[in-house]
Design a protein around this ligand. Sequence first.
Ligand SMILES: NC(=O)c1ccc[n+]([C@@H]2O[C@H](COP(=O)([O-])OP(=O)(O)OC[C@H]3O[C@@H](n4cnc5c(N)ncnc54)[C@H](O)[C@@H]3O)[C@@H](O)[C@H]2O)c1
Length: 429
Amino acid sequence: MSEKNITPFSRVGVIGLGYVGLPLSVLAARRGYRVLGIEQNRAKIDSLNRGESYVSGVTGRDLQVLSEKGMLAATESYEELDTCDVIVVCVPTPLNAEGLPDYQCLKAAAQEIAARLRKGQLVIVESTVAPGTTASLFLPLLEARAMLAGYDFFLAYSPERIDPGNREYGLENIPKLVAGFTPTCRRAARSFYKSIGLATVPVRTMETAEMAKLLENTFRDINIALVNEMARICRHNGIDIWEVVEAAATKPFGFQAFYPGPGVGGHCVPVDSIYYTSWARGSGRPAELAEKARLVNAAMPLYAVDVIREALAAEGRHLSGSRILVLGVTYKKDIEDTRESSALKIIELLQEKGSIVSFYDPMTEQVNLNGKTLDSVALSRSTFSAQDCVVLAVHHSAFDLAWIYTNSPLIVDLANAFNGFPAGKIKRL
Ligand SMILES: NC(=O)c1ccc[n+]([C@@H]2O[C@H](COP(=O)([O-])OP(=O)(O)OC[C@H]3O[C@@H](n4cnc5c(N)ncnc54)[C@H](O)[C@@H]3O)[C@@H](O)[C@H]2O)c1
């Protein structure tokens, strides 16, 4: 397909209106595109149509204004996809029941697009995938109806790199890596991102861009594992890991601080590193370091329970029968997302040990645990003082630490939030 086939885009279809697809839809609509959001979750469409946002960083006001102007519409139906010049795929790529990459959503999206694909359309995959997936799995489904990528339509891969809750870097100031099936496909995708105000970094092949995204997140998993393992060793030897990291971080070069914690949660880091390790193993070259790091991080909730057990034992109590309040259940601070949350794993483990567990989280009122819903307790003196132990798992900015300190009988601090408070009733990771 030649350069002259890249016509100005006017209508964008975004498939999957979640943490990635919704902010992108809003940005494109603000920059003058008419956006058709396709989402299979009816509740999200209803919420969007009521002007209520379910993703932090996108306001209800944004949704109301853009839909009133006719710039943003959400639907379950793929029927109008052929009216879009650009189609951006932002569907989930989670793990299946066996803990392995699950491409069902990506395949379903590809089949729906293929059924309506027309000449000149630009299709961009933003979902995180293992190297080679866009070309070997997504593309054959798109070409099922004798349309050829690079000839009849453009195909590109551009991994999303947002970090929800990050106040410094968001969709608008993180450069987009962009690779195309052909150089012209890449140019088409870059021109789309440029038109919505995003800086782009050209990458030579789609496989390289897919791998780069996995490198970014596996880098985090491995470095967190390093410091988590060191935290356990330091604790065993009476050394304060938090002071160790602070000291090392004064080196002006060659070091980046990572902090220990009760595990690595979220939809990205723990999942993406498995996309990498399973792909590497399948290729005949296991990624031994990354596999080991995953095991270290996955074991941290159990280790945190051990720290809680020790803290209770020092007060003559057992996990079984103790009342434990967990503060913060999202996968990281200041966001509402609980996917793959380590705090929820800790709650499950404590329940298995017979503890009476409740939680408080200013970011989420309810969680689902093994099919049962659990409501956040109210913030009251009597609730806190009735506990045998209060576990701070996630340090949300909204927590009033002095109030928590005063009203809790015993605190297990998994996030070093109480640094500087009198140590007596605080046990740390
Ligand atoms: N959340 C993040 O911070 C983040 C950051 C970078 C990359 N990613 C990657 O981006 C992708 C999307 O992640 P997310 O967090 O936005 O997921 P999400 O679960 O928040 O949103 C995806 C949405 O797609 C919908 N969906 C699934 N299959 C569909 C289909 N066939 N048709 C229409 N809608 C469909 C789901 O109902 C869901 O609402 C994943 O590959 C993820 O790894 C996520």
